[in-house]
Design a protein around this ligand. Structure first.
Ligand code: NAP
Length: 258
């Protein structure tokens, strides 16, 4: 499963939407990324956001706070962006410093600008099967299946990981696509048995080598969301070399972004 060509296809459609927005509104859509302190991995991610926006004509900017910023300062910065008519989407860079509560940040974001889908309103819309902003990684995991022509309806899908940002939204999206979904986590018994029965597996555990080829059903489809740094290299949660021999389709990690 190749992300690159799919990303290019989505980017071309978004560029058309952006051009229409610009004609209608007389300005480009605006995205703000709230950054609290700077660490190396998130800097790479931020550069990707800026580059992605530049390619399609979205006006993206950072709202930077220092690493020692108080929760009140972060909430105030988010409220300023909520009130800014040139800003249509707000992303708060995770993980947050320990001193800042995720709940306070989530509560501060205007659901209409919550493009990462972290506000309970958007999470609730997804849970009910209605349209709303979707957490991007979970959306991507299911979109790569859909756009690669993988049949999802009626299939047994296993999602490994139950986080609010990746595992659970991926599971709800797969239910929406009419899969029969099992959600596994660190307390799941007989994970290999569940892996062996699944037609589609989305792995988002943050545990390198958790899934190997011997565990898979012949012809299974595997989407590896995991990002782990092992000996200075990026690895997924799936042992790609053994899994590719059994799977009918599998995402490499790292994948291309087009
Ligand atoms: P997270 O909040 O740490 O959640 C991990 C989930 O996996 C938890 O539900 C945990 O179970 C479960 N888990 C951990 N070890 C397990 C094991 N041995 N067996 C079964 N389940 C296990 O992580 P996250 O934010 O969801 O991210 C998951 C992975 O995706 C990470 O590698 C992260 O780096 C990656 N990620 C990738 C992207 C991307 O763009 N590709 C974006 C975001 C995240 P419990 O709930 O029981 O603890």
């Amino acid at each position: 499963l190749e992300g690159g060509p799919i990303a290019a296809e989505i980017r071309a459609a978004v560029a058309e939407d952006v051009a229409r927005f610009r004609r209608d509104q007389g300005r480009p859509p605006g995205l703000a990324v709230v950054i609290i302190g700077r660490d190396a991995p998130s800097t790479v991610y931020l550069e990707q956001i800026l580059r992605g926006c530049a390619k399609v004509g979205i006006d993206a900017r950072f709202a930077e706070l220092e690493g020692e910023a108080t929760e009140t300062a972060v909430v105030d910065a988010i409220k300023d962006l909520n009130a800014d008519p040139a800003i249509d989407g707000v992303i708060v860079q995770m993980p947050l410093p320990r001193t800042i509560r995720l709940r306070a940040v989530i509560a501060a974001i205007d659901p209409a600008k919550d493009i990462d889908g972290i506000h309970p309103l958007n999470a609730g819309l997804l849970r009910l099967g209605y349209d709303g902003f979707l957490p991007a990684t979970a959306h991507a995991a299911v979109e790569i299946l859909r756009r690669s022509g993988i049949e999802i309806a009626g299939k047994d899908a296993l999602v490994i990981g139950r986080s609010a940002v990746v595992g659970m939204p991926a599971a709800f999206l797969l239910v929406k696509e009419d899969a029969t979904v099992t959600v596994a986590h660190s307390r799941t018994r007989d994970l290999p048995g569940k892996i062996g029965r699944a037609d589609i597996i989305v792995v988002a555990a943050g545990h390198p080598g958790l899934v190997t080829g011997e565990m898979l059903k012949k012809g299974a489809v595997v989407v590896d969301v995991g990002i782990n740094v092992v000996d200075g290299q990026i690895r997924g949660d799936v042992d790609f070399e053994s899994a590719r021999r059994v799977a009918s389709a599998i995402t490499p990690v790292p994948g291309g972004v087009g």
